[in-house]
Design a protein around this ligand. Structure first.
Ligand code: FAD
Length: 306
């Protein structure tokens, strides 16, 4: 435990790296620890990040790491944080190195938590094989590339009918698959039908297709509904066991509660990106959150109002 930092940023996605960049530029001593399991790794191309529209997601992160690490007062390392504990000097962080990088046990005055979300897809055999290429979860991110295609919307969440109306903006040929759940009410089904959107209530056996892409949705009774692309409503969860000893307030869905500047309810601990109560889950929004948190954190250390 020889090293002491002004800030340790946990998570090297756009939120964490953007916070780190701005804090490095404020001449704070910064360490980024990243477990290197990016949420959007399933996809080949990221969209909607100004000046980087269409960039492979791993390239976006590599560029971010390189920009941060170029500052002498900043380090970026692949390591999975196991614990964050309050100590007299601030916080002690213990992390296990990944990809051959060393374990770390460091002290820091402040912490930025930017560890993102994990998603659970509806139980449909082989959906993962198409996730990120033919099946997506973010219509703002991937809808444009699927415009006017025969689309599926697959989900078991109560907001499925709303999503169908939204996705119809990108293609009028849309079928909603509830996978055997009863999340679309009859009045909602009637409203969708009035917009030309059919609801299929059977459970899904699997998706059909292969190297050529998605070809259809195979229903329980063996019928194949031809579809070439689609969207899915996953369930989102946070994995924050590593900082439970600090007992930050979380909302009913497990997101970390923050003030308008990204301060958690634990003094000295900040949070940014997808782990904070939901707004748009997009790369540029997460990066913007990171910059905002950096500004507040730097001013808090300086004793100056944000
Ligand atoms: C398939 C898919 C495609 C997407 N496509 C787009 C798109 O085209 N355009 C767009 O704008 N958005 C897209 N998104 C959304 C976008 O990826 C997220 O909104 C964004 O990545 C959130 O950034 P973040 O920094 O909050 O978290 P993340 O990017 O998820 O980064 C969190 C990081 O923290 C690390 N971490 C987690 N736990 C620990 C720990 N204990 N210790 C150390 N590190 C840890 C993870 O390994 C990860 O590297 C997509 C999402 C998915 C799932």
């Amino acid at each position: 435990m020889s090293e002491a930092y002004d800030v340790v940023v946990i998570g090297g996605g756009p939120a964490g790296l953007s916070a780190a960049l701005n804090l490095a530029r404020a001449r704070r001593r910064v360490l980024v620890l990243d477990g290197n399991r990016p949420r959007h790794a399933a996809t080949l191309l990221s969209h909607g990040f100004l000046t980087r529209d269409g960039i492979p997601p791993l390239d976006l992160r590599r560029l971010g790491r390189e920009e941060v690490a170029a500052y002498d007062n900043a380090e970026v390392q692949f390591a999975l944080v196991h614990s964050v504990d309050a100590v007299a000097e601030g916080f002690r962080i213990v992390a296990q190195g990944v990809r051959g990088e060393p374990d770390r046990d460091v002290l820091t005055r402040t912490v930025v938590v930017a560890t993102g979300l994990t998603e659970t897809l509806p139980k449909v055999a082989n959906m993962r094989a198409f996730y990120g290429t033919a099946i997506h979860s973010c219509v703002e991110c991937d809808g444009f590339e699927k415009a006017d295609a025969p689309l599926a919307l697959i989900g078991e969440s109560a907001d499925l009918a709303e999503w169908a109306l939204l996705i119809a903006q990108w293609s009028a040929d849309l079928i909603v698959f509830t996978n055997g759940s009863s999340v679309v009410s009859e009045p909602e089904e009637d409203a969708l039908a009035a917009s030309g959107i059919r609801v299929e209530r059977q459970a899904i056996a699997e998706l059909s297709g292969g190297r050529e892409g998605l070809t259809g949705v195979v229903l329980e009774d063996g019928a194949v509904v031809p579809r070439t692309a689609g969207f899915v409503r996953p369930a989102w969860s946070t994995s924050l066991a590593f900082f439970e000893s600090l007992a930050p307030e979380r909302d009913a869905d497990g997101y970390v509660v923050i003030d308008s500047w990204g301060r958690t309810t634990v003094p000295g601990v900040y949070a940014a990106g997808d782990i904070t109560p939901p707004g748009p889950q997009q790369l540029i929004v997460a990066a913007g959150n990171g910059a905002r948190v950096a500004r507040a954190l730097n001013r808090d250390i300086a004793g100056v109002p944000s």
